[in-house]
Design a protein around this ligand. Structure first.
Ligand code: ARG
Length: 587
């Protein structure tokens, strides 16, 4: 469907064209002074420069031409030549009815759907997830939901980190602890035990233990490196161990991601593409893409126009192992074969910017994928109140499960303070606190421009006032309660006929969904949808304060307002859904 702003743009474009001026000067946008008019067009200023005329004169002519247009109630000229536009009551009614009849609440789908891979989450086997992984998960999940809502064919892939030195560390640690396991016997050829030799708790303990030991003990580090190289070279016992480590780790990760409401289509990892590496390297060599340098095999990616130095991508280290960039390139090969995506989005910490620049340039140079089709969706860091990257009180990285627990507790405290959920039983309260806590964390992350750093402050995130997740959930719950009461009283929604300023302002807010979605998707910027949904909730609040619904005596007015409330809830929940937030039924 077509938003009112777009319909008005068409009318104004025609008016400009009739004056012999470019049609696109007719672009209409939400006004900077909604108290004067909801929409404005600034085209007369640019037109004046083109035609060397006075902008107010041009605006006056355009306004004269719009006279009698059934979409427009009035126009006025402000300042140097801004044209303010007030839609007619008929236009508001028609637009509101169209929005209410649209299953997508006004949002259009993409003209040309494409196939996308979104690579996000990216936790590492056996290493605890940190807030960087949390950001990747929250932003990446919102982008996968948004991409699908827009109509694209999205495949999400967690891209587990399961192929680096951490695997070597785990192997040597296990060998220290249980040297008699068959995995360490080079002469043993299987079958390998079906049960894993370690559990999740062992895994989380073993990696830090091994990493710490290797830090102070050169020989131990060498053993971990050697184990990594042997694993990568295909030593059967180590590959069997790897399978166990991944399975155990994955079970834990799935619990965490389920708790967050984040799901992946693919749980592939770096190790899955190892079999593709030798042929890929041969192919690169044959086509002269690689170079030998100090015992390593590299791909040069520097360019003439570079402002800062671009080091080459190291394909094979001097020790003979594949590195992070190697598996990323092989993953592109794998995705080309199995998915053939038009584009791939990598939702990863901005501090990995140079890595992705190298990978994208190398992929382009090697003919795997044009670099314009690979996007690094970077983001800033989450800091503690001290301004340094967020850590636990003990100084370690935060485990996701602990973080969610903290959010839960904070949400519960805020609910008690505000008297929210009074009279509900413990199970219901627990469910609400979980949704509120999660909404608090996700929204606090998504509302910022991706690249800015932000301070982790649970008190602020869980507040029920202000631009927060809990505020939005509360708005949705309040709407649900109004609609429930209306249903109980047998009241029915009817045609929407906005009369009061607050009703019209709510229609304008609702009508902004399509533009917000378009821009949020184009920029891979969930914060634009956060702005929209916050604005919507506020417009509803103002509407509800000024316009009674259930107590309204005039049936036409009441049923119109009820329909407006229904539409608002539907759009609110749609947008919250795209952001990965879920509102409870009551609180
Ligand atoms: N495992 C990586 C890390 O923890 C993130 C993976 C991002 N995705 C990718 N294709 N490199 O930093």
């Amino acid at each position: 469907m077509t938003s009112l702003a777009t319909q008005l743009s068409v009318r104004l474009g025609a008016a400009f064209a009739a004056q012999g001026l470019p049609e696109d000067l007719g672009q209409v946008q939400g006004s900077d002074r909604p108290d004067l008019a909801p929409y404005q067009c600034n085209g007369a200023l640019a037109a004046a420069r083109l035609a060397k005329k006075n902008p107010r004169d041009i605006a006056t002519q355009i306004a004269a031409q719009l006279e009698g247009d059934p979409l427009i109630a009035s126009t006025s000229i402000a300042g140097p030549g801004f044209l303010n536009i007030v839609p007619s009551d008929a236009a508001y009614s028609a637009q509101a009815s169209a929005l209410a009849a649209d299953p997508r609440c006004g949002a259009n789908t993409a003209d040309t759907p494409i196939k996308l891979v979104i690579d996000f989450g990216g936790p590492n086997v056996a290493k605890p997830m940190h807030v960087g992984h949390l950001r990747s998960s929250v932003i990446g999940d919102s982008l996968q939901r948004m991409g699908r809502f827009v109509g694209h064919d999205v495949t999400s892939d967690i891209h587990l980190g399961d192929w680096g030195l951490q695997m070597g560390h785990l192997i040597t640690q296990l060998q220290e602890e249980q040297p008699d396991l068959p995995y360490f016997d080079v002469d043993f050829n299987g079958p390998w035990p079906a049960d894993p030799p370690v559990g999740l708790d062992d895994l989380s303990r073993m990696y830090p233990q091994a990493a710490a030991a290797a830090k102070v003990d050169e020989a131990r580090m060498k053993r971990s490196r050697k184990a990594t190289a042997e694993l990568q070279a295909g030593r059967a016992g180590y590959l069997a161990l790897l399978k166990h480590f991944i399975a155990v780790s994955r079970a834990g990760l799935e619990t965490d991601f389920n708790a967050m409401g984040v799901h992946f289509d693919l749980w592939k990892g770096e190790s899955d593409v190892n079999p593709l590496i030798p042929a890929m390297i041969e192919d690169f060599k044959a086509r002269g893409v690689t170079e030998e340098s100090q015992g390593a095999l590299i791909i040069r990616v520097a360019r003439e126009a570079d402002k800062k130095e671009q080091p080459p991508l190291i394909l094979v280290s001097s020790e003979g192992s594949a590195l992070y960039g190697t598996t990323d390139l092989a993953t592109i090969v794998d995705r080309n074969q199995n998915i053939a995506p038009d584009r791939t989005l990598y939702v990863v910490d901005q501090r990995q910017g140079q890595h992705f620049e190298q990978v994208f340039r190398a992929a382009d140079k090697a003919g795997l994928m044009a670099e314009e089709r690979l996007e690094h969706i970077g983001f800033g860091t989450v800091n503690g109140k001290d301004g340094k990257p967020f850590k636990t009180r003990e100084g370690g990285v935060m485990r996701l499960a602990d973080l969610l627990d903290m959010a839960n507790t904070a949400a519960r405290a805020r609910m008690d303070e505000a008297g929210i959920g009074e009279g509900l039983d413990a199970a219901a309260l627990g469910d609400i606190a979980r949704k509120v806590g999660l909404a608090a964390i996700k929204f606090a992350d998504l509302r910022n421009q991706r690249l800015t750093n932000y301070v982790f402050d649970l008190d602020r995130f869980t507040a029920f006032e202000g631009k927060t997740g809990p505020y939005l959930l509360y708005a949705a719950v309040r709407l649900k309660s109004i609609l429930r009461k209306a249903a109980d009283q047998g009241l029915k929604p009817g045609p929407i006929q906005p009369q009061r300023a607050e009703e019209k302002a709510l229609v304008v807010a609702l009508d902004g969904f399509d533009a917000a979605l378009k821009s949020a998707w184009a920029k891979r910027a969930p914060h634009i949808l956060c702005e929209h949904v916050f604005e919507l909730a506020q417009s509803f609040s103002r509407f509800y304060a000024a316009c009674p619904i259930l107590p309204e005596k005039d049936e036409a007015v009441r049923s119109s307002r009820l329909a407006l409330a229904e539409l608002t809830l539907r759009q609110l929940e749609t947008v919250l859904g795209i952001l990965g937030l879920e509102a409870p039924e009551r609180m």
